[in-house]
Write a protein that binds this ligand. Structure first.
Ligand SMILES: [Zn+2]
Length: 120
C-alpha cells in the first residue's frame, strides 16, 4: 500500500467530520491507529462558540447533549481498541489543526501488522 495520510492529505479533508486511520509521520509510512475528528462548534457544543438555540429548546438541548455523550463514548471505545483519538474544533485554524494531527501521528506508535497488510 502506498504511503498515505500526509499533512497535505489531512488538510484537504479537514473541515468536515471524518475519521482517518493509518496516517503517516514525516519519516515513516508505518500505519498508526489515530482517529481524527473535526468537531463542529454547534453540533458538538464548543465551549467557545456553541450556542443553545432559543427556538425549540426542548428539542435542541437534549440532542446536543447526546452528541457530546456519543463523542465521549466513541472516544472511549476507540481508546479501548488501541486507537489514539484527536479531536479538533472546527474553529481551530487549519495550520494549527494540521500541526496537532501531524504531531500526534509522529508520537504514535505504528500499529502491529495485520492480515490486512498482505492485501495491499
Ligand atoms: Zn468553536
Amino acid at each position: 500500500m502506498p504511503c498515505t495520510g500526509s499533512a497535505t492529505g489531512i488538510a484537504r479533508i479537514s473541515g468536515s467530520t471524518w475519521t482517518a486511520a493509518a496516517g503517516s509521520g514525516r519519516t515513516s509510512c508505518s500505519p498508526r491507529k489515530v482517529a481524527v475528528f473535526v468537531d463542529g462548534c454547534f453540533w458538538h457544543a464548543c465551549p467557545e462558540h456553541g450556542s443553545k438555540p432559543k427556538a425549540n429548546e426542548w428539542y435542541w438541548s437534549p440532542k446536543l447533549i447526546k452528541n457530546v455523550e456519543r463523542d465521549r463514548m466513541n472516544d472511549a471505545a476507540l481508546i479501548l481498541a488501541g486507537w489514539t483519538v484527536v479531536r479538533v474544533w472546527e474553529h481551530v485554524p487549519l495550520p494549527e489543526a494540521v500541526a496537532t494531527v501531524v504531531s500526534t501521528l509522529a508520537a504514535s506508535r505504528p500499529a502491529p501488522a495485520t492480515g490486512d497488510d498482505a492485501l495491499s
